[in-house]
Design a protein around this ligand. Structure first.
Ligand SMILES: NC(=O)c1ccc[n+]([C@@H]2O[C@H](COP(=O)([O-])OP(=O)(O)OC[C@H]3O[C@@H](n4cnc5c(N)ncnc54)[C@H](O)[C@@H]3O)[C@@H](O)[C@H]2O)c1
Length: 417
């Protein structure tokens, strides 16, 4: 007998369109509902997927008869939406970032534990073909024990693209501190090495008053975030993310018997594995460069975005729902990788002090962080506010705001309907 389909709803029609496409095409999954306040893209979606219910309000959407929701709403509003969905009996997959504050992290853990629902953090970079292959090599013992790793997610965009991606003055992309969006850099290193961060130090390359992608847009946070973490096996990782001028998504792992990295240029879907001459097998080359296949679903995954990662996040979520077994990217792992960004910003604001990363399974540590509402969100109460930049609040001349609002209306009319 055929298995009952998993009925999925998607919240957010930007990035959410990818999840909707995946869910609609995947065997054993049925896309049943979508929610977004933007009417034009919703009308277009409804024409393309006539059987899918459309909602403009999240509360109404959660009343829909479905098993799971995928959260692709604003990056800084995932935790409250996830908690609400789990309390409404739905499994949850959350886009990046998992939480905006440490207090939200505590509330999220408690909601997962209380409801028993599957929660998966959708860090798609863990499932790139390159990352899956380095994980396989590491698990097979080919690289020895993890000692050091580097992850980079550098994503510069033109001033117009910046406005298109964040078309309202207080859109999260305009004020999110440079370290917060750290899991594209961190996730693969944890996934490969099976280590977790225990201590974090952060640095930020300041807001650039000479860069039009800062000065001609609504951006008020720093240019890039650098994070150093000590991991639970004594190794270290260094993460880089932000808007420096070289688009890159790159990883390197050093074990004590060899190293592996994704290629920085040329075929970036390839990896380079290196072993020193005195440590390699007789027939083994010192260096191998090759493009790995996905370990499974190669044809399906090759056709999706983010190096195939977009296929696997949906696949893993559905597998977890079907088996009842939490995914690798469960609430504890998702929060460990995500909270590093929050703590690193605090470190950067505080003369690079180090912070301990909480163990989210420990009720005493949850208690310690439960009232920590510090937030860079301009919508939050001033008593809980921290600056988004290490330079303090970035003031913008009124003419920049006026020109931003004019350009945003030209580029993204459906945000202003
Ligand atoms: N993993 C990846 O590779 C990747 C890539 C792009 C975006 N993302 C993530 O996807 C999420 C969405 O990003 P995006 O690029 O689509 O931009 P976005 O954050 O601007 O889009 C959010 C969408 O949610 C809708 N929305 C938000 N709150 C709502 C509410 N209360 N009611 C109704 N609709 C609401 C907005 O109208 C908008 O269409 C973010 O969390 C982002 O970090 C991840």
């Amino acid at each position: 007998m055929a298995e009952k389909k998993v009925r999925v709803g998607v919240f957010g029609i930007g990035r959410g369109r990818m999840f909707a496409r995946q869910a609609a095409a995947m065997e054993g999954v049925e896309l049943v509902a979508i929610c977004d306040q933007r009417e034009k893209p919703m009308r277009e979606f409804a024409a393309q997927y006539p059987g899918v219910a459309t909602y403009t309000e999240y509360e109404r959407f959660l009343e829909h008869d479905m098993d799971a929701v995928v959260l692709a709403n604003y990056a800084t509003e995932h935790a409250p939406a996830a908690i609400q969905a789990m309390r409404a009996g739905k499994h949850v997959q959350s886009e990046n970032i998992a939480v905006k504050t440490m207090a939200e992290a505590v509330a999220l853990v408690r909601a997962v534990e209380e409801t028993g629902k599957i929660y998966m953090y959708a860090e798609n970079c863990c499932y790139m073909n390159t990352v899956q292959e380095i994980r396989r090599l590491y698990a097979a013992g080919e690289l020895g024990e993890f000692r050091y790793g580097e992850g980079e997610y550098v994503h510069p965009v033109s001033p117009d693209e910046k406005i298109r991606l964040s078309p309202t003055w207080d859109h999260w992309r305009n004020w999110l501190p440079a370290t917060y969006y750290c899991t594209h850099a961190m996730g693969p290193l944890m996934y490969i090495s099976r280590t977790r961060p225990v201590q974090v130090t952060g640095f930020e390359v300041p807001y650039d008053f000479e860069d039009p992608t800062c000065t001609q847009t609504a951006k008020r946070s720093d240019t890039a975030g650098i994070i150093i973490c000590r991991m639970d096996n004594g190794g270290y990782v260094k993460l880089l993310q932000g808007n420096l001028k070289c688009h890159l998504n790159w990883y390197r792992i050093y074990g004590n018997r060899g190293s592996a990295e994704t290629l920085r240029h040329g075929d970036t879907a390839s990896i380079r594995v290196r072993k020193e001459p005195w440590e390699k097998g007789e027939e083994e080359p010192v260096e191998r460069i090759y493009r790995p296949e996905f370990p499974e679903f190669h044809d399906l995954a090759s056709r999706t975005g983010h190096g195939g990662g977009d296929f696997f996040v949906v696949h893993e979520f559905i597998r977890a729902i079907r088996t009842g077994e939490p995914p690798y990217l469960d609430v504890y792992t998702g929060l460990q990788m995500s909270c590093v960004g929050i703590l690193a910003h605090r470190s950067a604001l505080n003369n690079n002090a180090t912070y301990e990363v909480p163990r989210f399974r420990d009720p005493a540590e949850l208690k310690r962080w439960e009232n920590d509402h510090l937030s860079p969100d301009p919508a939050d109460p001033t008593e809980a506010r921290i600056p988004a930049s290490t330079l303090g609040e970035i003031e913008k001349p009124p003419e920049v705001r006026a020109s931003f609002e004019r350009r945003a209306r030209e580029l993204c009319p459906d945000w202003y309907e």
